[in-house]
Each structure stands twice: as C-alpha cells, then as structure tokens.
Write a protein that binds this ligand. Sequence first.
Ligand SMILES: Cc1cc2nc3c(=O)[nH]c(=O)nc-3n(C[C@H](O)[C@H](O)[C@H](O)COP(=O)(O)OP(=O)(O)OC[C@H]3O[C@@H](n4cnc5c(N)ncnc54)[C@H](O)[C@@H]3O)c2cc1C
Length: 321
Amino acid sequence: MRKHPSLSAGLRYKVLSFPPNFPLPPKAQEEAGTPTAVHSESYVLIGASNRFNSRLRLGMLPTADENASRTANFISAAEENEIWRIKDGESLLDFLEGALPQLPVRSILSSAEAHRFAESEGARFPPPQYSERFVDVLQGNECGVVLVGDALHAFPPDLGQGVNAGLEDIMKLRESLRRHGHDLANALPDFERNRRPDVKSLVRLMQVSHPLQYKQYKYLALLFQLKFIAQFLISKVSFGLIYRPPFLEVMNAEFTYSEILRRVERNCKRYQLGGYALGAASGLFFALRGRWLAAMACLLAPALLVALLFEKTPKEFELAD
Ligand SMILES: Cc1cc2nc3c(=O)[nH]c(=O)nc-3n(C[C@H](O)[C@H](O)[C@H](O)COP(=O)(O)OP(=O)(O)OC[C@H]3O[C@@H](n4cnc5c(N)ncnc54)[C@H](O)[C@@H]3O)c2cc1C
C-alpha cells in the first residue's frame, strides 16, 4: 500500500451504539414532531461543553432498517479528552449524563453497551492509502483475485466516501467482466487500468479536501472553514470559472473522483492566475502614480502567497488529460 500524509490521519475514534428509537431531547421533539428518533433521519448530539478537552459531538446517519441500532462515532482530536481516560461503564454513564444533559442517558444506554464502549481501546484513522496493483489472474484463466473497498483504498472518513467508493469498485468490476465476456485474463487488467486513476484521485482528494473538520488545529481549521465558505460563494457567482469545494462535489454521483480532482487543480490554477492578474493591475495602478515600492509589493505579493499557500500536486497524482 502507498501511504500519504493527512492532517486527520491518526485521530482516535470509538463507536457508541444507541437503541433505534431513543427519546429525542424536548426541543428536537417539538421540531421533529416525534418523541423518539426516526431511522430515516440524521442526528447530531451536541455536548454541553465547548472546551477542546471535553467537547462532545455525536453524529448519527440514517439507517435503512428501522430496527437497527444507531451508531454514533465519537471522534476527538484531543488526546487529553476525558472520554479516553474512562475505563468502566459506570464512569462513562456519569460522564455522558453531564455531557449530554438533554438526554436521559441512563435509560437509553444499557450498562452492557457502556462497559463495551469504555473498555474498547477504539481505533485511529488510517493515513490515505491505496494499492498500486490490485488484480491477479491465477491458474491460467481459471480464477482471479481482486481487491475492492478498504482493502484497495483506505482513508479517514473526511468525505464519507468509504462505502460509496467500495460499491463503485464493484460496479466497475462488473462492467469490465461484462465487456470481456467474463474472460478474466482480459477483464481483470481492464478493471485495474480503468479504476486506478479514480482510486489515486480519491486518495489525493482525501489529503486536500476536508481534513481539518475535527478542529484539530484551531486556527488552521478556522482558516480552512473561511476558505470553504469563500470558495462556495465564489462558485455561485463566477459563471463556472471556480468550482464548488470538493466536499460538495463528491455528493454529485455524475462526477468521477478523477473529474473532481481535475476541478480542484483547475481551481488552484485559476486562483493563482487571478492573484497574479490582480497583483499586476494594482502594480500598474501604483506605478502610474510613481509609487514604486507599493507597485513592487503588489507584483511580488501573489508570488509569495502562491509559494506559501499552494502545494504542487505530487507527480504520482498527476492526471493525464
Ligand atoms: C469512524 C468512521 C466513520 C466512517 N464514516 C463513513 C461514512 O460516513 N460514509 C462512508 O461511506 N464511509 C464511512 N466510513 C468508512 C467505511 O466504514 C468503510 O470504508 C467501509 O466499511 C469499507 O467497507 P469494506 O467492505 O471494504 O470493508 P469492511 O467494512 O472493513 O469489511 C471487511 C469485513 O471483512 C471481515 N474480515 C476481515 N478479515 C477477515 C478474515 N480474515 N476472514 C473473514 N472475514 C474477515 C471484517 O470483519 C469485516 O466485516 C467510516 C469509517 C470510520 C472508521
């Protein structure tokens, strides 16, 4: 596997299971019009504390099965977060009662689940990674091995793409098998050749798209948030010159991961060109007024910003046009 750095790799997480119809807090009951959780809805349980070391946010995604338990990921960038120190179920229930005063925690969570969660070591997000070779044809044309899903590409859940990408691997494999009449010697290399650009692009997108959403570096996360909002707003008024942030683009099933990465790169180039054009125009403005120092600063500032803010795409992720 080829591993690549990411600002969210290594963060700790644990998963807490809620019963399917847990009671909603009174305010949410009013808004939702139901006293208990509904399987087709998403929920975010926000803890009372906003301190970095005791911050609690539990997100729950919808489930297809109305009787399935609701899993909530607890992810924290703070190694000192109180929850990591709790090792028994009783202390966990005490902690959650204080952290989530809006919920009758003890009547929702069984002590067995509290014990399981407290005793679990949890896990850490893997660095974005993929396998360069992922098919093999064995015994002539008799059988083959194919890696799909997390076995082929693993990464932190920044874009919520793990399951989608795995399902798409299967769809693409099926297309290759059909195209070659199930002749493995041709179908599997065809799958590998066609799927590789998207696998690589997906891994690159994980590095650059939204790794700071867990607030692990406060000020950098704030800058990232501002950049996200600015890019979203510019994309609305730039007549297609600037694309939406990749976090939103991945939700459009019509785009391949390669196409989204191309858009990210075009955005970078266009921001840079825009910066140089603005610098040149303001440089000219000051030069015409004889303010040579200001003119020089305007010409140099974009180059400095580009050098500081823009990372060149590693060769491995460059896409053929
Ligand atoms: C905290 C967190 C949040 C996430 N959020 C999202 C999200 O919002 N959206 C999203 O799309 N993805 C999300 N993901 C990623 C998603 O869970 C994975 O990408 C997806 O589950 C991968 O599916 P898979 O079938 O490839 O692998 P897995 O789900 O890991 O399945 C592999 C299976 O193989 C079994 N197995 C392993 N070894 C053996 C063996 N030797 N013999 C037999 N069986 C074996 C395992 O027990 C497991 O059941 C998240 C991941 C994490 C950790």
